[in-house]
Design a protein around this ligand. Structure first.
Ligand SMILES: Cc1cc2nc3c(=O)[nH]c(=O)nc-3n(C[C@H](O)[C@H](O)[C@H](O)COP(=O)(O)OP(=O)(O)OC[C@H]3O[C@@H](n4cnc5c(N)ncnc54)[C@H](O)[C@@H]3O)c2cc1C
Length: 373
C-alpha cells in the first residue's frame, strides 16, 4: 500500500494550497479528489478578497458576534499578505488586483451599524477609513448619489478563481505531489499508527490526514465519528458584458446582499451570496438574480443597460457563526480540518500553510488555536 507523510482529501483551493505548502516543506503528499481539481466552490466563486466583517451577519447576529468573529481578521490579513506575493511565488498570473473594498450605506440605521462595525474592525487591527457623502462623490463617482457613508478597506481586492487552485497544484506536483483525480475517499480508518484511506482506485496509507472537502467535509469527518458543523448552501453569481473601466474597488452595499466588482477585462461580477435552487445540483434561481441585479443597479446606476452574459450556481461551505473550523481533532490525533466557510477563497493561502505546518508537526506562522473544532 503506498505510504505518505500526509494525505489531503479535496482538490479545491484549501486542499491544493495545503498540498503545495506541505510539499515545499519536504513531505511526501497525496491529494485525493473525488472529481477533478477546482470543480467545487474554489473554481466557482466570485473571486473577492475580503477582510471586512460581512454586514449581513453583523446586522442579524450583532456586535458581540462581530467581536468574536473579529478573531478571523488576522487570518484574512495574513492571507492577503500571501496573496500579494503569490503570483511571484507560484510563477503565474492569478488575476490579482488589490485596490481596496468599499462598503456603502444609505439609511441612517445602516450608517450607524457601519460605524459600529468599523470600530470593532479597527480594534482588531484592520485599517478601515470612513468616507462621508462628499468623499464618496469625489472618490466613487460611479455610485448613486444617495449613498451617505462608505467604509473603505485598502487591502481588499480580487483574484481569479479559475487560476488559483490549479496553479498551486501544478507547483505542488513539480515538488512531488501525488495527485489522484476521480478518487473519492469512501472510507477512512485509523489504527493508531496512521490512517488508511479507501478509494475505488485503491487504498493508501498516511501518517496524517487533512480534511479539505469543503461543503462535503461533514460527511468525510463523520466516517471517523467526528461531528463537524459545516453546512452546504447553493448560491449564485452573474457576470456582465464588458464595459470600459468604471469600478476600481470591490463594492458592497449594506441595504441588501451585494458584492460587485469589475474584472480587468471589463465584465462586472455581481454576487453577494444570493440563494440558488437545488435540483440534485445547484441551479441559478432567476428570482434571486433579478433581486441581485436590481440592487447592483440601485447602487451603480450605470449598470442599468448592461447585459448579463453568464450566471452560475455552486455549493458553498458555511457555518452558522461564520467562523472557520481549523486544526487537529483532539479525539483523533493526526486528523486535521481545513474548513474555512463563506470566504475560504480569501483565507486559503495563509490558513493552508499553517495547516500544512501543523500536520507535519511544525510550528505555524499564524495561530489557529482559537478555531479548533
Ligand atoms: C458562488 C460562490 C461565490 C463565492 N464567493 C467568494 C468570494 O468572492 N470570496 C471568497 O473568499 N470566497 C467566496 N466563496 C467561498 C469560497 O469559494 C469557499 O469558501 C472556498 O472555495 C472553499 O474551498 P475548499 O477548497 O475548502 O472547498 P472546495 O473548493 O469546495 O473543494 C472541496 C473539494 O473536495 C472534494 N471532495 C469532497 N468530498 C470528497 C471525498 N470524499 N473524496 C475526495 N474529494 C472530495 C470536492 O469534489 C471538491 O473538489 C464563494 C463560494 C461560492 C459557491
Amino acid at each position: 500500500m503506498p505510504h505518505y507523510d500526509l494525505a489531503i482529501i479535496g482538490g479545491g483551493l484549501a486542499g491544493a494550497a495545503t498540498a503545495y505548502y506541505a510539499c515545499k516543506k519536504g513531505a511526501s503528499v497525496l491529494l485525493l479528489e473525488r472529481r477533478d481539481l477546482n470543480l467545487g466552490a474554489s473554481g466557482s466563486n466570485a473571486g473577492s478578497i475580503h477582510a471586512q466583517i460581512p454586514f449581513d451577519p453583523f446586522r442579524h447576529l450583532g456586535a458581540d458576534w462581530a467581536r468574536r468573529y473579529a478573531a478571523t481578521i488576522p487570518l484574512f490579513q495574513a492571507s492577503i499578505a500571501r496573496w500579494a506575493g503569490l503570483e511571484q511565488e507560484l510563477q503565474g498570473d492569478l488575476g490579482l488586483s488589490a485596490k481596496g473594498g468599499l462598503m456603502v450605506a444609505q439609511s441612517a440605521g445602516d450608517c450607524a451599524d457601519l460605524r459600529a462595525k468599523a470600530t470593532i474592525e479597527r480594534a482588531a487591527g484592520l485599517t478601515v477609513d470612513l468616507w462621508d457623502s462628499k468623499t464618496l462623490a469625489a472618490r466613487a463617482p460611479f455610485l448613486s448619489g444617495d449613498m451617505a457613508l462608505g467604509a473603505f478597506c485598502p487591502i481588499e481586492g480580487k483574484a481569479d478563481p479559475f487560476r488559483a487552485a490549479p496553479l498551486y497544484a501544478r507547483r505542488a506536483i513539480e515538488l512531488g505531489l501525488d495527485l489522484r483525480r476521480n478518487s473519492e475517499v469512501l472510507d477512512l480508518c485509523t489504527d493508531g499508527n496512521g490512517f488508511v484511506l479507501t478509494t475505488a482506485q485503491g487504498n493508501f496509507r498516511a501518517a496524517t490526514v487533512v480534511n479539505a472537502a469543503g461543503a462535503d467535509a461533514a460527511r468525510v469527518a463523520a466516517v471517523l465519528g467526528i461531528k463537524v458543523a459545516i453546512e452546504a448552501h447553493a448560491i449564485q453569481v452573474a457576470v456582465t458584458e464588458k464595459r470600459p473601466p468604471t469600478l476600481p474597488y470591490l463594492l458592497y452595499f449594506t441595504g441588501e446582499k451585494l458584492t460587485l466588482k469589475q474584472a480587468v477585462e471589463g465584465g462586472f461580477l455581481i454576487g453577494g451570496g444570493w440563494p440558488a435552487r437545488l435540483r440534485g445540483h445547484p441551479v441559478v434561481d432567476h428570482r434571486s438574480m433579478i433581486r441581485n441585479l436590481a440592487i447592483a443597479r440601485r447602487v451603480v446606476p450605470a449598470l442599468g443597460d448592461v447585459q448579463i452574459v453568464r450566471s452560475w450556481a455552486a455549493m458553498v461551505n458555511g457555518t452558522t457563526d461564520w467562523r472557520p473550523i481549523l486544526g487537529e481533532v483532539a479525539a483523533v490525533p493526526g486528523f486535521f480540518l481545513n474548513l474555512f466557510p463563506w470566504m475560504g477563497f480569501t483565507a486559503a493561502p495563509a490558513v493552508s500553510e499553517a495547516i500544512a505546518a501543523l500536520a507535519l508537526r511544525q510550528t505555524p506562522e499564524i495561530d489557529l488555536g482559537a478555531f479548533g473544532i
